[in-house]
Design a binder for this molecule. Structure first.
Ligand SMILES: [Zn+2]
Length: 580
């Protein structure tokens, strides 16, 4: 039987659980055998995709006007009254499928994931997981409530960045020190949040029968294809192959700024993102890639068509159906994301564009995710909605690659945003960011391994010392002398260890995949793009190494692969510098 569901998913936006439930009940009750497996799976996809799309649409409505209490109430109601019972209903169907011993088409990997999740599941961990979430939210509250007095003006730390980013070196230092002082003032409160989180995590791991929380997190994050040992070798390889290249980035920066040694405020004035480059070092007029957002839209569309006509067509279809919302305005949720409308089989992209060069990179990035989503939806081999997910390590390959694949077309001569000289500056900043990211990622990842391996991770003083050791090992070329206390508390300025334990190395792997695709692109654009699109079309039907391979890279973390990647980036930077 095929379910008779609304043709337009928007007609289900006001459904309560009683409208969804009969479909899940019917699937749970229906006899499941090999002959009817495909039909059962297809029906599950129909109702599951509809429920997911309804939730995503209600969330988008809220994000577009996050200051509207009615939208917020609608979203909360959906989470509590529809999504929670739906999760339980889906759990029942997963168990039914596992118990049947059947494997739907292309479903070996999702089945592997379901098994692992079922093995880790313990009812007694549910209240602990909620407690963990609540405790982690205390971190947000502390960080979000920080205010400073900048020249008589009350500023959040984010607003302060805007005030000081374009200022003189003295202004930057003053602002940086002020922000740092404010973030150190409540460090004891964050120490307390951390120690409690570590306690909760230890209990969760014990309940699940795991040796420690790292073992638990490994299974929970479905990390089948690499081990903690591999992460340690990745760190060693970064130290060997990337740290020297990052040091050269800092040296060039010091030279451009005309300073003898770089201080933290010469790299970034945002103390919460301390290795991001947000200090202009060229001393030339600021880059303003576009005026109106319509210009960003039109030119980005041109870039995608030049990378590949299929991408241009995807973007055009999103434009026609208003499947993105780009400008920043009052009341809109911050940040940027791409999400999927599973029943309509279309992506949606949200941005907060204000006219800076970061907006161009962010649009390319999010559209990379959107193309990934399209490629999965349109692959007839991926019949079931579980196959439209993909591992986090690969999701960012899609988006980070797009940033690089689009970069040849950002000049006015190619219909893009910049003069040759401006494009060179934008590309240098972008490529340098790639080089600086790996060492920083190694610090964040190394810290998390240390926290569970050493047995000392719950002690904040030990955390300070461990972070400082890692910082000195990986971040070379910026002078932190006299700022030892500020340096040591760096782990408190990274939200991942608090909210998403162990989630960070994914970005490092993905970036390496993206640079490999870029290297191929520099030699042969056509074959690189078709490999990229092929990898994106596989959804979650194959393993992580197979996804990397299909898209033209290698899932590797050795020094040779990294130094090749760093070499590609450095050579590109060198080429761009000649255009300045
Ligand atoms: Zn992303």
């Amino acid at each position: 039987m095929a379910f008779d569901l609304p043709k337009d998913p928007r007609d289900a936006l006001d459904w309560d659980w009683s409208r969804f439930k009969p479909y899940y009940d019917e699937l749970a009750a229906r006899e499941l055998d090999a002959a009817h497996l495909d039909e059962w799976m297809a029906d599950w996809t129909a109702i599951g995709a509809l429920e997911r799309e309804v939730g995503v649409r209600i969330r988008i409505e809220l994000d577009l006007h996050s200051d509207d209490p009615a939208r917020e109430a609608r979203y909360t109601r959906f989470l509590e009254q529809v999504d929670e019972p739906a999760m339980a209903a889906v759990q029942t169907l997963k168990q039914k499928l596992l118990a049947s011993g059947l494997t739907p088409r292309n479903f070996a990997i999702p089945l592997r994931n379901m098994k692992a999740e079922a093995e880790l599941y313990r009812a007694e961990n549910l209240p602990l997981l909620t407690e963990h979430e609540k405790t982690a939210l205390e971190y947000d509250k502390i960080v979000g409530s920080r205010m400073v007095d900048w020249k008589g003006k009350d500023c959040t730390l984010t607003q302060l960045v805007g005030e000081i980013a374009g200022g003189s070196r003295e202004v930057r230092e003053e602002g940086w020190r002020l922000a740092m002082e404010s973030s150190l003032a409540d460090s004891k409160d964050i120490d307390s949040v951390w120690t409690r989180l570590m306690g909760i995590r230890a209990k969760i791991a014990k309940n699940a029968g795991e040796k420690d929380y790292r073992d638990y997190a490994w299974k929970q994050r479905l990390r089948f294809e690499y081990s903690p040992k591999d992460c340690a070798s990745f760190g060693d390889a970064i130290e060997k192959a990337v740290v020297p290249a990052a040091r050269r980035v800092y040296e060039r920066r010091a030279k451009r700024l005309g300073v003898k040694s770089l201080r933290p405020w010469d790299v970034s004035v945002d103390v919460m993102r301390s290795t991001d480059i947000n200090v202009d070092c060229f001393g030339r007029p600021a880059l303003r890639p576009f005026g109106e957002v319509s210009e960003l839209e039109a030119k980005a569309g041109g870039i995608f068509s030049k990378v590949d006509p299929r991408l241009g067509a995807y973007f055009e279809s999103m434009r026609a159906a208003r499947l993105y919302d780009l400008p920043n305005y009052k009341g809109k949720a911050p940040g940027a994301y791409c999400t999927g409308l599973d029943a309509s089989r279309k992506p949606f992209v949200l941005l907060n564009a204000v006219g800076g060069p970061g907006d161009v990179d962010t649009l390319l990035h999010e559209m990379g995710h959107a193309f990934h989503t399209f490629q999965c939806y349109e692959n007839p081999e991926l019949r079931y909605y579980q196959l439209w997910d993909y591992p986090a390590e690969f999701a960012e390959v899609a988006s980070m690659s797009m940033e690089l694949l689009g970069s040849p077309f950002i000049t006015k001569a190619e219909g893009g945003f910049y003069t040759e000289e401006e494009a060179a500056r934008a590309r240098i900043m972008h490529l340098e960011q790639f080089l600086l990211f790996w060492p920083f990622m190694a610090v964040v990842d190394g810290f998390q391994h240390w926290a569970y391996e050493s047995g000392k991770g719950a002690d904040p003083a030990e955390c300070d010392a461990a972070w400082s050791r890692l910082w000195d090992r990986f971040i070379q070329g910026v002078d932190w002398s006299g700022l030892e206390k500020e340096k040591a508390k760096g782990w408190q300025r990274k939200l991942h260890p608090f909210h998403y334990p162990f989630y960070y190395v994914e970005y490092g792997f993905a970036q390496l995949g993206a640079v490999q695709i870029f290297a191929r692109y520099l030699k042969d654009r056509k074959s690189a793009v078709s490999g990229y699109l092929h990898g994106l079309s596989l959804g979650y039907s194959v393993t992580l190494p197979e996804l990397f391979k299909a898209s033209g890279g290698r899932f590797a973390f050795d020094a040779a692969t990294l130094s090749e990647a760093a070499g590609v980036l450095e050579r590109e930077i060198e080429k761009e510098e000649k255009k300045l």
